[in-house]
Unconditional design. Structure first.
Length: 176
């Protein structure tokens, strides 16, 4: 069960709505996010039909869960994920990306796009520190919405352990 609370577009008199996240609702949230960000054409080309658009829903703070970027992104920094994110919640550091947990709507479209498998739901065990790191640096780094090429040596760093201690840079990336 997930709680949708504080929604400014909720039906009158409804401050919280509890519902099971079903496949049609997940697709609705993704489609609605595309529409609210002016990407109707992108939503349609990705196969999201405008079936339940009249359903009142608030996109911010919808889920108890978010996705986080983890250690394997460091020095790999593939950007396939930023291209598919319907709410543009990725932020770019010098050698990795992070997700703003307050902006992420838990649609999950970024997770399978990451070649390094660095994107995980924060419900997985032992990701609390990564959630904090994502929250901290998404506030400091520039937003990224356009895919660029990965570093030339990205494949050599894919799967290397201990990258946080050895290679992490707090410096911002170039952003859009």
């Amino acid at each position: 069960m997930y709680l949708i609370n504080g929604c400014s577009r909720s039906p009158p008199g409804v401050s919280a709505l509890v519902c099971d996240i079903t496949p049609w609702l997940r697709r609705l949230l993704i489609y609605t996010a595309y529409i609210e960000n002016g990407h109707r054409g992108a939503a349609l080309t990705r196969g999201f039909a405008p079936v339940f658009v009249a359903f009142p829903i608030c996109l911010r703070g919808v889920f108890e869960m978010t996705f986080v970027v983890t250690e394997n992104c460091i020095k790999c920094k593939y950007m396939d994920c930023v291209e598919v994110c319907p709410v543009d919640c990725f932020y770019e550091g010098d050698n990795m990306l992070v997700i703003n947990p307050d902006e992420c709507i838990d649609c999950g479209v970024c997770e399978p796009e990451c070649p390094a498998e660095a994107i995980k739901p924060d419900s997985e065990p032992d990701l609390e520190n990564w959630l904090k790191l994502n929250a901290e640096y998404s506030a400091a780094w520039p937003n990224i919405t356009i895919k660029r090429d990965a570093p030339a040596d990205a494949k050599t760093f894919d799967g290397v352990a201990g990258k946080l201690e050895q290679y992490f840079s707090a410096n911002p990336g170039q952003g859009d």
